[in-house]
Design a protein around this ligand. Structure first.
Ligand SMILES: Cc1ncc(COP(=O)(O)O)c(C=O)c1O
Length: 361
């Protein structure tokens, strides 16, 4: 069997919760279970409001629309991220502008962000990559957004269980924060996304926009254009059970990174990023490695599945934008995700590390 990345998402608890729900004659579409799931996320993150959506791409689209971003507006997005971040605004005709990331954290570089702002810029989408916060500090981004009258949207898709050093959960520094519950994330509902905010008016707007622009409840009164970005109660049943496992997963993810760091110490061909394990939770174990593709093949021969990290977005055929982005380019050449599932045993991690060591010896 291959040692790979995936979590076993469905246990007895999820199965029982869905079965019980189905037998209770529930609505299937979003209703009471979804409200309960939203409350759990709001409580966990400390946000005043949570609005769930059908996935973590649409939650970013909804966030941008709710914050008044319009077609033709520029939105600053990191050149290293999952392609969903820029696609979420490109979808309605806004223009993602790519900016390189910090080498230590792979979060947006504050100076390069500052330089990229023009009169057309309306928002900064800060991705807290792998649960990390920018080395320059999140407050620098909050200040920059305030000074330049920009909306700060946090793409915290990879950051459930990660906090800023001041104790706030990620997603709470900007106007709105977005999460994804796709597979594989720290918790998953198959597909799913969530927005958190402390702004009651924005939360109301988001709820309306995701529900066809309905003024209230099920009545067919529409003052604005809206969409169907809704969740389902079936998924919420799974999400509620997943949330109960979150504390354990967060602890295990941190222990896994500690073990990898310890076991791979001294190998010159492998470099870890800066990850503050007191506050943040690594979703995946990401490293830069020399001769990456050869190492990946060597590990595959040993039955160990890995994944190449995101290529620089400006080089993707979908965008093809010119420019120099040395950090995201380096990640494109050397970035590798090692097996990261919280269910990995210490022995399996040691097997992976021994195989990596044998590659260079
Ligand atoms: C940073 C980031 N943003 C957005 C998304 C998109 O989320 P979803 O797959 O739920 O649409 C992902 C998914 O991996 C992500 O990593």
């Amino acid at each position: 069997m291959t040692i790979a990345q995936m979590e076993p998402w469905f246990g007895e608890e999820e199965t029982n919760a869905v079965t019980e729900y189905m037998q209770s004659g529930g609505w299937l579409m979003e209703f009471r279970k979804t409200r309960e799931f939203e409350k759990m996320i709001a409580n966990y993150t400390g946000a005043d409001h949570c609005v769930v959506t059908n996935n973590g791409t649409i939650s970013l689209t909804l966030a941008a629309l709710g914050c008044g971003i319009k077609p033709g507006d520029d939105v600053i997005v990191p050149n290293y991220t999952m392609i969903a971040s820029p696609n979420s605004v490109q979808m309605f005709g806004a223009n993602p502008v790519f900016v390189d990331v910090e080498p230590e954290t792979l979060c947006l570089d504050i100076e390069k962000t500052r330089e990229a702002i023009t009169p057309k810029t309306r928002a900064i989408m800060l991705v807290t990559a792998n649960g990390r916060y920018p080395k320059s500090g999140i407050e620098e981004f909050v200040r920059l957004a305030e000074e330049r009258d920009l909306v700060l949207i946090e793409d915290a898709a990879q950051s459930l269980g990660s906090y800023f050093p001041d104790g706030r959960h990620m997603g709470r520094a900007g106007k709105v924060g977005s999460f994804s519950f796709s597979v594989p994330k720290v918790i998953s509902t198959g597909q799913g996304g969530a927005l958190i905010t402390d702004d009651a008016e924005l939360a109301d707007r988001l709820r309306g926009l995701k529900n066809f622009g309905r003024v209230a409840g099920a009545a067919d009164i529409h003052e604005t254009i809206g969409y169907n970005f809704k969740f389902t109660d079936m998924q919420a049943c799974v999400g509620i059970e997943q949330m109960k496992k979150l504390d354990w997963r967060v602890k295990r993810k941190k222990d896994i990174l500690r073990r990898y760091r310890e076991k791979l110490a001294g190998i010159e061909g492998i470099a870890f990023f800066t990850q503050d394990l007191e506050h943040t939770t690594p979703w995946f174990i990401d490293v830069l490695c020399e001769r990456r593709d050869e190492l990946q093949a060597h590990l595959m021969d040993a039955g160990i599945g890995t994944r190449v990290m995101y290529p620089p977005i400006n080089r993707q055929k979908a965008y093809q934008r010119p420019g120099s982005f040395p950090v995201s380019e380096l990640v494109g050449e050397r970035g590798l995700w090692l097996p990261s599932a919280s269910q990995l045993t210490d022995e399996q991690i040691d097997t992976v590390c021994d195989a990596i060591r044998s590659f260079w010896s």
